[in-house]
Write a protein that binds this ligand. Structure first.
Ligand code: GLC
Length: 727
């Protein structure tokens, strides 16, 4: 009888029996308070930790549902088993694989980011997931980080502008985004324990902004804590990062979820803001008599501390309040849409983002585009021409409904050409079930490649990195800056027999390019997901004019990179501690300020047409702190192909009391123009965005005086510099 009463009461509260729900003026929080009063301590604690690999308990007695989570940032991962990392081998969980987030960042197009979030959110909703474990916004600090492909580059402003629309798109589906990994998880090596030390300025100016934007502009409903430590406390229960910055200063009202197995201490987890503990090492449902999940830090150990009065139960109530708030926004909101899966619309979104994210790095004598009607012989060489890239890489792996390979895309689009293919090199047997030709050995592969290179009018070398361990893969970092698997050597052999060679780089990180002066063209094509081959062919054929821009710097050599300029303590650390000694000078900030010429600059990318920017103006010359700077200019497409250009605005504080980078990105806008067309563009920059973080006052500080506004089409190609004064 008692339970029936509670179920009726709860149904009214949740609104499944809309007796009072419609006209109930009760706020969500009042409903939540009412529910919490019904719950036993055990029921509350059960909601604060996993019950399986990817779910946490509801309250069956009261009809409160479980929370189901799924990776990842590029698509909804195949169902994982209840209690271990194996696949559940369902047959209805194939998904659309969207491009990796470095590609999305390379579009510099927030509208595409919204489309991305909406589409992936529809697939997560359709798969009945309440939390999508993405996107990731950790800053690109070293080219060796195994997970850079999952993130949005080296610049906090770019990552901040691109993460917000993605979150909105996902959460419109009644699915919580879960921005990760909060914070300073900028490498995979020793990720599970390394203690990161850095200045407050670097923390606030470089590593926090994208997370702050996710919370304050994106209204993200959950955040994932990182594995590593910061100032000696693990990020998932870090008093400064979680209680102070995330929940007090930023007023984050959602749920902090741990990374899987990132909880280390019951009392800290209880008191320092951890809401749901996931993935703690358990012996699963093996011989142990007790359910191993009861051994979680927030399970029995916390219950004992509450029962003996060491910790107050209100600590748990706060967690449950946040969890129920997420549920009212997701699986307890019965007005949310139903989602969709593997639709042509989703494939089109994946293809559009891929098209717009591909970066043309070199194009001597207009090598690209290749005339699609050509009958020439094209040799396509390289393992990445056929290798699946949606599998592997760690938790962002996907079981995709289809993945068009670069070779397939090229064969389809260049149907009139004679396409030859050779693997050329092999990354060796991979853990992801690839069938490796039995006659495989490096010499036979190379001689096959040279043979077809000799016969061809042109060579498309489709190489790069892949999702193997120690490549673009979670769990550890790359071991070298150069291309792996003997690609450089193979390329030099190919170039001896055919100079008409272009490179199609399938990768998520910068690489060394010793052959750069000898190849005719280079396209950086990222990991593009289901529509990879189609999008690559769209660009190579000129069907689509490339407009991608690099979201991170390509250094000439590893030693030119900031993180690799201060010895082992800077990267990868000494095994216990790590110091970000480059401080705020990450990426182009380092290259500009130290005058180290990059191979390719942040914000750089070529087009098949040309643009001219003129008549740059600001609305005023002198600004107050509460003003907004309006920068206008004219841009004309002076070429004979329609295309898109990215106008970028960088700022320099001419005279400041502290070291500031030579330039910092503070505005950008992508413009689409037909041949001969002109448009006038306006980019607005709030004056307060020109401030730096004063680590004496622990607050942002805007100093008066002169600032330079640099307008350009890459961080190196500045077309106009305008000076303004802030009073
Ligand atoms: C992994 C990753 C995280 C992922 C989680 C669940 O260790 O770090 O990004 O969402 O565990 O797979």
């Amino acid at each position: 009888m008692k339970n029936l009463f509670f179920i009726i009461l709860l149904s009214i509260l949740i609104g499944t029996i809309p007796l009072f729900a419609q006209n109930s003026s009760e706020s969500m929080d009042q409903k939540i308070e009412e529910i919490i009063k019904q719950l036993s301590l055990k029921e509350k604690l059960d909601m604060c930790h996993a019950q399986s690999k990817f779910s946490s308990k509801g309250v069956p007695r009261l009809g409160i549902p479980e929370i189901w989570m799924s990776d990842g940032p590029h698509g909804v991962r195949a169902e994982i088993a209840w209690d271990d990392w194996s696949h559940a081998n369902w047959t209805n969980d194939s998904c659309t694989a969207f491009p990796a987030l470095t590609c999305l960042a390379a579009t510099f197009n927030p509208e595409l980011s919204y489309k991305y979030g909406k589409a992936i959110g529809e697939e997560a909703r359709y798969r009945k997931k309440d939390i999508l474990l993405g996107p990731g916004v950790n800053i690109y600090r070293t080219p060796l980080n195994g997970r850079n492909f999952e993130y949005m580059g080296e610049d906090p402003y770019l990552a901040s502008k691109m993460v917000v629309p993605y979150i909105h798109g996902v959460q419109e589906n009644g699915v919580a985004a879960c921005v990760k990994h909060y914070v300073l998880n900028n490498q995979e090596h020793w990720r599970d324990h390394i203690n990161v030390e850095l200045s407050d300025r670097a923390l606030y100016e470089i590593y926090l902004p994208a997370f702050k934007a996710a919370v304050q502009e994106g209204n993200v409903w959950s955040i994932m804590g990182a594995y590593n430590q910061y100032r000696g406390q693990y990020c998932c229960h870090n008093e400064l990062l979680v209680n102070k910055i995330l929940k007090r200063d930023w007023e984050f009202d959602g749920v902090l979820v741990t990374d899987w197995g990132a909880t280390h201490d019951t009392k800290q987890a209880a008191l320092y803001g951890l809401d749901i503990e996931m993935g703690t090492g358990t012996d699963g449902l093996t011989s142990s008599s007790k359910n191993a999940y009861d051994n979680y830090y927030l399970a029995n150990p916390l219950r004992k501390m509450i029962e003996n009065g060491e910790i107050d139960e209100s600590v748990v109530d706060e967690k449950v309040k946040r969890i129920l708030r997420l549920m009212f926004r997701t699986n307890m909101d019965n007005s949310r849409p139903f989602g969709s899966m593997n639709s042509q619309e989703h494939f089109d979104v994946a293809r559009e983002i891929a098209q717009e994210g591909i970066v043309l790095l070199k194009n001597e004598n207009n090598f690209f585009p290749i005339d699609p009607e050509t009958t020439k012989t094209i040799a396509v060489i390289g393992e990445n021409a056929t290798r699946m890239m949606t599998i592997g890489g760690g938790s962002s792996e996907l079981k995709t409904i289809h993945e068009i390979s670069p070779l397939e895309g090229i064969q389809k689009r260049f149907a009139n050409a004679k396409i030859l293919h050779a693997m050329g090199y092999s990354s060796g047997p991979s853990a992801y079930g690839r069938v490796i030709p039995s006659k495989l050995n490096a010499d036979s592969l190379q001689s096959e490649a040279i043979k077809i290179a000799k016969q061809a009018d042109m060579v498309l070398f489709v190489g790069g990195l892949n999702k193997n361990h120690h490549q673009d893969c979670e769990g550890d970092d790359r071991l070298q800056f150069s291309l792996p698997f003997g690609q450089d050597e193979l390329l030099s052999e190919i170039l001896k027999v055919n100079q008409n060679t272009a490179i199609v780089l399938v990768s998520g990180n910068a690489v060394k390019m010793p052959w750069i002066s000898k190849v005719k063209a280079i396209a950086q094509v990222w990991y593009l997901g289901s529509e990879a081959g189609n999008a690559i062919a769209d660009i190579l054929s000129g069907d689509v004019n490339p407009s991608g821009k690099l979201p991170f710097t390509f250094p000439v050599k590893l030693e030119d990179n900031a993180a690799h300029s201060f010895g082992e303590i800077s990267y990868p650390g000494d095994g216990v501690n790590q110091e970000y000694k480059e401080d705020i000078l990450v990426g182009y900030r380092w290259h500009d300020t130290k005058n180290i010429k990059p191979l390719f600059a942040f914000g750089y990318g070529l087009s098949y047409t040309d643009f001219e920017i003129t008549n740059v103006k600001t609305d005023k010359k002198i600004y107050q702190e509460e003003d907004v700077i309006s920068i206008t200019c004219e841009i004309k497409n002076t070429g004979n192909l329609s295309g898109k250009e990215l106008i970028q605005v960088y700022v320099n504080d001419v005279k400041s009391s502290v070291l500031r980078p030579l330039k910092e990105l503070k505005g950008f806008k992508k413009v689409s123009l037909n041949s001969g067309e002109s448009k006038s563009i306006q980019i607005d920059i709030p004056v307060k965005d020109l401030a730096f973080f004063d680590d004496k006052k622990m607050n942002w500080k805007l100093e008066t005086g002169q600032f330079k506004l640099m307008i350009g089409t890459s961080s190196k190609n500045i077309i106009n510099t305008t000076k303004i004064d802030v009073e």
